[in-house]
Design a binder for this molecule. Structure first.
Ligand SMILES: Nc1ncnc2c1ncn2[C@@H]1O[C@H](COP(=O)(O)OP(=O)(O)O)[C@@H](O)[C@H]1O
Ligand SMILES: [Mg+2]
Length: 255
């Protein structure tokens, strides 16, 4: 009897936790379209997409080339704006913001990682990590300390005064990840972040994502590689600018 009662209690606690999580959307699309116009031609790169990503989620966004993955990520990252529909970042409707406010929101909430790292060759590791701070109105104090901590966190503690060309591809991507983390984003976005890396280095970067995810970071990772997609908790597949399917990955065995 007592056992049954506690079971019921657990279920209701679980339901409560779920309901709470549902109100914690970090990013939400409501009927979002992105149409590229070229002369008389229109490309519906995203077509009336609605979805939400909650705090602590780890998603892989998959689909063949041209399916709209990068378009979706660029919208999520506020690098681009929807043609139609509404995008909410942590509850703020992006359409209500002017370009300056949108940059500020992007700086505060979003970390972006690219396939080609996009580091500044003249700056060392520490300076590269600090770059996003220069775009914020109030860059804050204790920054260099924080940058060092994050460099340490991504395994670059002993490389902070190296320049990008003195680093391997995997190390360069670690710098890019550290740079994406410097503003303590609510959302970490990665577009084919392991696309330029060999299998071993890909594994190391994915392990770093695993760690960030278990620390509570919300991660959305675009990839066309099944092996990479398997590492996320949930997979969204896009086809011709629409959501084809959404599925949970089987839980991975804890090592
Ligand atoms: N800047 C652009 N101008 C015109 N068409 C574009 C532009 N960017 C992407 N597209 C088109 O939108 C569709 C989706 O592209 P994209 O989001 O880059 O796909 P994916 O990242 O899945 O390969 C494709 O048909 C692509 O050709
Ligand atoms: Mg792409």
């Amino acid at each position: 009897m007592a056992e049954e009662k506690s079971k019921a209690m657990n279920v209701s606690l679980e339901a409560t936790a779920k309901a709470a999580a549902d109100t914690r959307a970090v990013a939400e699309f409501r009927n979002v379209s992105r149409i590229y116009r070229m002369g008389d031609n229109e490309v519906h790169a995203l077509d009336d997409v609605s979805c939400r990503f909650n705090a602590g989620d780890y998603w892989a966004i998959m689909g063949s080339s041209g399916s709209g993955k990068s378009t979706m990520l660029n919208l999520l990252g506020c690098i681009d704006r929807p043609t139609n529909g509404e995008y909410y970042v942590s509850g703020t409707a992006v359409s209500t913001l002017n370009d300056d406010d949108l940059s500020e929101l992007r700086g505060r909430h979003i970390g972006f990682i690219f396939q080609s790292f996009n580091l500044i060759p003249q700056l060392n590791v520490l300076e590269n990590i600090l770059v996003p701070r220069f775009y914020l109105e109030d860059p804050g104090i204790g920054l260099v300390e924080r940058a060092r901590d994050i460099a340490e966190r991504v395994g670059l503690g002993s490389r902070t005064d190296h320049r990008p060309r003195e680093l391997s591809g995997g190390q360069q991507q670690r710098v890019a990840i550290a740079r994406a983390l410097i503003n303590d984003p609510s959302l970490l976005l990665a577009d084919e972040a392991t696309g330029n890396l060999d299998t071993q280095t890909t594994e190391e970067i994915l392990e770093l994502f695993d760690e960030l995810h278990s620390d509570g970071m919300t991660i959305l990772l675009v990839t066309h590689e099944e092996e990479v997609g398997k590492r996320a908790e949930q997979v969204m597949r896009l086809k011709d600018g629409a959501i084809e399917s959404v599925a949970y990955n089987r839980p991975t065995i804890q090592r």
